[in-house]
Design a protein around this ligand. Structure first.
Ligand code: SF4
Ligand code: SF4
Length: 428
């Protein structure tokens, strides 16, 4: 699947995977305990949700007082703990562990609030479906700073090896069609643009919306490149498509909305690709919150010391440090790498080969940028070498002959600068 260019390393040809490459499908049994991660930083004093609270499957759980942030329970059971969870770059989340009961009960609050598809309102979509599989970005539609006027539905998968959207398009096209109709009714936005790979064009066209074909080589399906190559709009540096009125949503997220209104239940199962140490792949369905270790157990994967677990695709995913890390609403892949196969992050210096510059779709002078980032000079990197123009494709790290962790430097720099800016704004 990954082919190097014949013309040196400058333009590697990385083809997106096809659903046919992931032949097996495995449904993971419900775990004894699941963990839901809320984006809110842990704050014991403001907790609204209590330990020992009894919850039903599909129940919306408000976590904090004076906050509308919520999670949706993917199981029936009892809250066993609420604690701090530290993610990438030291970011704090709230982890809600739920001990699963023997008998499942489905919560009916959404059903009562939703009514039928034709009655869909933005309030209902926003108040119940932000934690659905595929992570529907529903809050954007009522964000007064965004003024969304276009919805792009991505039927292609954005990173390599991932087949989630392809699977949903193949197996649940009616739910996508229903989801689009609900989005139109709820948001009053009729400008819907579908984006599909060549092999999906026929099926997606049947929905009846305008469909655009995305190239089958990475990173064509990343939002910034879809904006440029298909919508003909350049997203300004440091901004996202929603900042110029365009909301990206995955086919899986749209299907979640369609299925929720169709069945009266908030979907609680996530589809993702599991890549084993030998490179073989399975498409997996598991409740949101299932710990990775339970998935490995169900698929007979043994984890040894120093093996690596990556959540997300090979180009844009992040390593996690514990098998307890749970499946989240946006987990599209889990990759397990044997410790002997992990690419070595070397301490070789940059050789000035220029491959990172030639490969960068954002035309950044990456070799110069990395020098500043290595030294922790983040503001200079942003001012002088276009840090914020980076669209986070990871190609520079992929081609770097010195094995420099360029992409990690970039993400870490953006996170630190973001934190500093927020602190500055808060302190006036
Ligand atoms: S991760 Fe950023 S800097 Fe690196 S190649 Fe992609 S766009 Fe360029
Ligand atoms: S950072 Fe890596 S890819 Fe870029 S010029 Fe240096 S050695 Fe080459």
């Amino acid at each position: 699947m990954i082919k190097r260019s014949f013309i040196g390393l400058s333009k590697p040809r990385l083809e997106y995977g096809s659903l046919e490459d992931t032949p097996s499908f495995k449904q993971i049994p419900t775990s004894k305990e699941i963990t839901l991660l809320s984006n809110s930083p842990f704050d014991k004093k403001k907790l609204l949700l209590k330990k020992k609270a009894v919850v039903k499957t599909g129940q919306k759980l408000l976590v904090y007082k004076e906050s509308d942030e919520y999670v949706v329970s993917s199981v029936t059971g009892k809250v066993s703990s609420i604690s701090s969870y530290i993610g990438d770059f030291g970011r704090s989340y709230t982890a809600i562990a739920i001990e699963v009961a023997d008998d499942e009960e489905i919560d009916d609050e959404f059903k009562s609030a939703a009514g039928g598809s034709k009655d869909a309102t933005l309030e209902t979509v926003k108040n119940f479906l932000a934690f659905a599989p595929g992570n529907p970005p529903v809050k954007l539609f009522s964000d007064k700073n965004k003024s969304i006027n276009t919805i792009v539905v991505c039927c292609a998968d954005s990173d390599l090896l991932i087949s989630t959207n392809q699977h949903v398009v193949k197996s649940d096209i009616d739910a996508i069609k229903n989801g689009i109709s609900i989005l139109k009714t709820a948001t009053k936005i009729n400008n819907i643009i579908m984006v599909a790979s060549q092999s999906q064009m026929l099926k997606v066209s049947a929905i009846g919306e305008k469909v655009n074909q995305v190239n089958d080589t990475y990173p064509s399906a990343l939002p910034h490149l879809i904006m440029k190559n298909i919508l003909g709009k350049v997203v300004p540096a440091g901004k996202n498509p929603e900042d110029i009125g365009v909301c990206f949503i995955s086919a899986e997220a749209v299907a979640s909305i369609g299925n929720a209104f169709n069945s009266g239940q908030i979907p609680v199962t996530k589809i993702f690709t599991l890549v084993k140490k030998d490179g073989s792949k399975s498409l997996v369905s598991a409740r949101i919150g299932t710990p990775a270790s339970d998935i490995f157990k169900a698929l007979n994967i043994t984890l040894n010391e120093n093996d690596r677990i990556i959540f997300g695709g090979p180009m844009t995913g992040s390593s996690v440090y514990s098998g307890d890390h749970p499946v989240q609403t946006d987990t599209d892949a889990i990759i397990v790498q044997d410790r002997d196969d992990i690419p070595v992050i070397s301490d070789y210096p940059c050789t000035n080969c220029g491959d990172c510059v030639r490969v960068c779709p954002a035309n950044i002078q990456v070799d110069m940028l990395v020098r500043l980032l290595e030294g922790g000079h983040y503001e200079e990197a942003a001012d002088q070498y276009d840090l914020y123009s980076c669209i986070e494709c990871g190609l520079c790290s992929y081609v770097c002959v010195s094995g420099m962790p360029i992409f990690q430097y970039i993400r870490s720099a953006k996170y630190e600068l973001g934190r500093a800016n927020t602190a500055e704004a808060t302190n006036g």
